[in-house]
Ligand binder design. Structure first.
Ligand SMILES: Nc1ncnc2c1ncn2[C@@H]1O[C@H](COP(=O)(O)OP(=O)(O)OP(=O)(O)O)[C@@H](O)[C@H]1O
Ligand SMILES: [Mg+2]
Length: 501
């Protein structure tokens, strides 16, 4: 049997199937063997053909699938290409658009800067106009006094009534004197007055003018001095300092037409870096604080913002020049000091003057630095309630830095909402005077009712004695007076948290 037949047999049944054919061949049936072999070969080739057809069909379908895939791929590639191009285009137009918008914004900003500069210039001109107008107005009055008197003197001399000229001389001299006072106040405001600074004990200075103050204030106004023991000395022009206190006292008197109380308080204090940062122009260091508080009608913020402007006055013509506080401001600045004003309509005003400590003889003390020991422990939460944004931001920042959890609110209602929501509030730190009806004290009473064990620390712009003595708080409450420093706040908050409720 040929190799083909064997191969066919192998296909049909393997080596085992070819054995019987060989046996037939060997035993003498070669024809039968050959027939069988031919038959098996035919069967095999038929099977092979079918197999081949199947394979061909499969190959064809595979080929067409492959073809479809290839064209799909080509389409995808083309799409990707198109997208790529679009993206590139978008990128370039985007860059152009961004550049265009930037140019526009720059132009707008330049325009805005111009407008702002023009506005600042206009405001400066207005202030200058106000100032020159004020000076001109006052000087005209005074000059009228002088030149009018001179004219009258000439007439009287011509009339031979020489005996009468004495009083015109007096009038002219008085007007000239007032003019001198005016220029003096202007110089004070422009910080160009000649000062004679000397080491001064402010307690003694205040005591020295008490009599004068009593007389200026009249009978309906009570005067109280709260003078700190061991007050540091300052280096100022004593005469100008007295003048400044007198100006403040007279303003206070004018704000209390129906009587009231004037408190003058002195204390040593330290204005720290954080405070200096919050209120520019202040150099950190040791200061003596002199505060003058009244229980008068106070002033709205729009007035308080302008009181240091020369010739700004709310008093009727002839009753105020509007130079009093400008003079105080100029003097304090010229003496390297700082002045702050706290006022609430209907409640009163406190003006605080800070003058740097004079170190001439006393050895400089180290400023206390307890900060490290003053931090909050885990989770201790302070609720800060303060309507003045700057003060609130400052307080919150200090407390956060000290490690407390801090919640903040601008008024009593917001504070009560927070108290209702929060799981833990250890201390309420609130301004005494709050907007919107409820005062800090009422808020604190409510908080103590709602949160058993909560501690309370008040703050106020009023001098401590003014606020406690004028019946707004009970003596013995914890009160931190504004402006306070990092150190003040840290100490008071720690003490309040550690003390009994
Ligand atoms: N203690 C105060 N309480 C309420 N308002 C005040 C107080 N001090 C100053 N003011 C307001 O500030 C304005 C400016 O005060 P300033 O002392 O500069 O001028 P004046 O008192 O009006 O005039 P002058 O001091 O020249 O007599 C006052 O007109 C007043 O409106
Ligand atoms: Mg005044």
């Amino acid at each position: 049997m040929g190799a083909d037949g064997n191969a066919a047999l192998v296909l049909l049944g393997g080596e085992a199937a070819s054995a019987p054919l060989q046996e037939l061949d060997r035993i003498g049936f070669p024809l039968l063997a050959a027939l069988l072999h031919a038959e098996s070969t035919a069967i095999v080739s038929a099977g092979l053909a079918a197999e081949a057809r199947n394979a061909l069909a499969r190959a064809a379908s595979l080929a067409s699938a492959l073809d479809a895939a290839r064209s799909e791929l080509a389409r995808s590639l083309a799409e990707a290409d198109r997208l790529n191009r679009a993206l590139r285009e978008l990128n370039t137009t985007l860059e152009e658009r961004v550049a265009e918008r930037t140019r526009q914004l720059e132009a707008e900003m330049a325009q805005r800067r111009e407008v702002e500069a023009a506005l600042a210039q206009a405001q400066k001109m207005e202030a200058l106009g106000h100032l020159t107008g004020g000076v001109a107005h006052d000087f005209n009055n005074l000059l009228t006094g002088v030149s009018g008197s001179l004219a009258l003197m000439r007439r009287r001399i011509e009339q031979g009534r020489v005996g009468e000229i004495g009083r015109y001389i007096d009038t002219a001299a008085a007007a000239a004197g007032r003019a001198a006072v005016l220029t003096h106040r202007l110089l004070a405001f422009s910080r160009r007055q000649p000062l004679e600074p000397k080491p001064v004990d402010l307690n003694r200075l205040v005591a020295g003018i008490t009599e004068l103050l009593h007389r200026s204030l009249g009978e309906t106004i009570e005067l109280e001095g709260v003078l700190a023991a061991r007050l540091w000395r300052v280096e100022v022009d004593a005469g100008q300092m007295e003048n400044a206190l007198l100006n403040l006292a007279v303003n206070a008197r004018d704000a209390m037409p129906d009587g009231g109380k004037l408190t003058i308080e002195t204390r040593n204090t330290y204005l720290d870096e954080a405070y200096a940062k919050a209120f520019s122009e202040v150099r950190p260091g040791q200061y003596i604080e002199v505060s003058v508080s009244d229980t008068g009608y106070g002033m709205p913020p729009e007035v308080a913002d302008r009181v240091f402007e020369p010739f700004f006055t709310t008093k009727p013509i002839g009753q105020g020049t509007g130079l009093g506080l400008s003079q105080v401001y100029g003097f304090v600045k010229q003496s390297s000091g700082h002045v702050r004003i706290y006022s609430e309509v209907g409640r009163g005003t406190t003006i605080k003057v800070y003058l740097p400590r004079f170190h001439g003889e006393d050895a400089p003390e180290d400023t206390p630095d307890r900060q490290a020991a003053l931090g909050g422990s885990a989770g201790e939460t302070v609720l800060v309630v303060e309507d003045e944004a700057v003060v609130r931001a400052f307080s919150c920042e200090v407390l956060r830095e000290l490690g407390y959890q801090v919640l903040e609110a601008g008024d009593a209602e917001a504070a009560l909402r927070l108290l209702a929501q929060e799981e833990r509030v250890d201390l309420l730190f609130t301004d005494v005077v709050l907007p919107g009806g409820r005062t800090g004290r009422e808020l604190a009473e409510e908080a103590v009712r709602r949160v058993p064990g909560i501690k309370v620390l008040y703050t106020t712009g009023y001098a401590r004695n003014a606020i406690v003595h004028h019946g707004r708080l009970d003596p013995g409450v914890r009160l931190l007076t504004k402006p306070f420093t990092f150190e003040d706040l840290a100490t008071q908050v720690r003490d309040a948290l550690d003390g009994s409720a």
